[in-house]
Design a protein around this ligand. Structure first.
Ligand code: ADP
Ligand code: MG
Ligand code: ZN
Length: 472
């Protein structure tokens, strides 16, 4: 029996306005080589200057994952050649990262686990190579944009835990608003380190690193493929030979990992302190500023359960995504009940939005959905009619009240009007009333049915109450 061992390195692009060592913009999707200057082009003699905002965001992150902040940290040069790295070194942190040891809690199938964070350091990103047939081009817009690289302990034991960890990390950086964490644009990407070992063995065996994964689905598939591959190698008795420490890429079309290169050791990079940058010192004022962080997903979840009586599961669904949490809280601020908001958001609205498009792309905004729930809660329409209204809102947009009007869904809830229908029904069924009064309780349902039939859209709860009072 084998156990899987996974450690993750996550690169998060920080959402500073300007790059980490120069004042070029960090905007995504610009014309190639538009956001560049002598510093990020790596021209000789140009000097980097550290962006204080990037430091502040890293410290906020430390606070969020219970990590120690190194008040003094230094930048180092990591030397390697790549066409999209014009200086032939990357400015990163090595011996003393800005964020030290921390942890975060994950939950898989109701079971809690604590995953260690080894460190998180600041570094500059490289540019992008673009290959077009025979020609390769380099775009340096991304060069020198700020990254926070978050390294975990090898604490995860299966791909579900890895995904839970990544989703947690993703939501934390979104809640902190230190990154847009857009995975398609590469603002949140992951290298997965995977090895296996006989269950019970404490030793770490040779690992493989799968580079640059940028969707949760692919990360999960890549890990699962890699585990299978290593188990086969072990069973064939060739683990040590077949599983060499190396960097692999995941082929998303074929669903397999492929060797890219032998794994470098840190000595290969010839790290040394960057003489162009002063050591970073974080003073008490900056520390205090950066540690003022908003409510995080776990705290919010606990509060929703405690203050609004939400079920743990529902609260979990709501806080997992910042946009969901905001949507929900806007609904509450519009004055609907928490229970109504949860059901209409997580079951009815999400059920109508297709596949991956989250609530941030919803054609129905929080205020409109709240208005719909209010119309159920003030008994203007029934829950059943509200579903019809929501169908229209999702398909065509529009305003709740206008749709209710147009579809004629307003229910009769005026007592007088309902009573007159009731009286009519009872008058027409005098024999049944007599039977009911002599003990045939079942007939109550019959009366309700008759009333509902002649007064379409009437509120059934009201009919029940009024009928009971009439029949004594
Ligand atoms: P490098 O930059 O060389 O990949 P790092 O120290 O930055 O090294 O990252 C190493 C990552 O690999 C960490 O997340 C660590 O937890 C993980 N790791 C180390 N050894 C193993 C192993 N045997 N199996 C799985 N993951 C491992
Ligand atoms: Mg690595
Ligand atoms: Zn620049």
């Amino acid at each position: 029996m084998f156990e899987t061992v996974i450690g993750l390195e996550v690169h998060v692009q920080l959402n500073t306005k300007t790059k980490i060592f120069c004042s070029c913009a960090t905007s995504f999707g610009e014309e190639p080589n538009k956001n560049v200057c002598p510093v990020c082009l790596g021209l000789p003699g140009a000097l980097p200057v550290l962006n204080g905002e990037a430091v502040k965001k890293a410290v906020s992150f430390a606070k969020a994952v219970n990590a120690k902040v190194n008040q003094n940290s230094i930048f180092a040069r990591k030397n390697y050649f790549y066409p999209d790295l014009p200086k032939a070194y990357q400015i990163s942190q090595f011996e003393i990262p800005i964020v030290g040891k921390g942890w975060l809690d994950i939950e898989v199938d109701g079971e809690k686990r604590r995953i260690g964070i080894t460190r998180a350091h600041l570094e500059e990103d490289a540019g992008k190579n673009i290959h077009e047939g025979e020609i390769s081009k380099v775009d340096l817009n991304r060069a020198c944009t700020p990254l926070l690289e978050i390294v975990s302990e090898p604490d995860m034991r299966n791909s579900d835990e890895a995904i839970a960890y990544l989703k947690k990390l993703h939501s934390i950086v979104r809640y902190l608003e230190i990154s847009d964490a857009n995975m398609q644009e590469g603002s949140f990407r992951c290298d997965a380190n995977v090895s296996i070992r006989p269950k019970g063995d404490e030793k770490l065996y040779t690992r493989v690193e799968i580079k640059n994964l940028n969707s949760f689905r692919f990360i999960q598939k890549a890990i699962e493929y890699e585990v299978e591959r290593q188990i086969e190698a072990w069973q064939e008795g060739v683990y040590a030979k077949e599983v060499v420490q190396e960097t692999r890429l995941f082929d998303t079309d074929k669903g397999v990992t492929r060797s890219m290169r032998g794994k470098e050791e840190s000595a290969d990079y010839r790290y040394f302190p960057d003489p162009d940058l002063l050591p970073v010192f974080i003073d008490a004022t900056l520390m205090e500023e950066a540690e003022k962080i908003p409510e995080l997903p776990d705290e919010k979840r606990a509060r929703l359960v405690r203050d609004f009586g939400l079920k743990e599961y529902d609260a979990g669904v709501i806080v997992a995504d910042l946009e969901m949490a905001r949507f929900f809280e806007t609904m509450l601020s519009e004055g609907v009940s928490a229970k109504g908001a949860v059901t209409w958001l997580t079951v009815e609205l999400l059920g109508r939005l297709k596949g991956e498009s989250g609530v941030q792309n919803s054609p129905v905004d929080a205020k409109r959905l709240a208005c719909l729930v209010k119309r159920i809660e003030d008994e203007t329409i029934s829950g059943k009619s509200a579903k019809e209204v929501l169908d229209v809102l999702v398909a065509e947009g529009g305003e709740v009240d206008a749709i209710i009007e147009r579809l004629g869904l307003k229910q009769v809830s005026d007592d007088g009007a309902i009573l007159s229908v009731i009286d009519e029904v009872l008058a027409q069924n005098g024999d049944k009333v007599a039977e009911y009064k002599s003990g045939k309780d079942k007939l109550f349902g019959f009366f309700v049915g008759q009333v509902m039939k002649s007064a379409k859209g009437v509120n059934p709860a009201k009919v029940n109450d009024l009928l009971k009072s009439r029949l004594g």
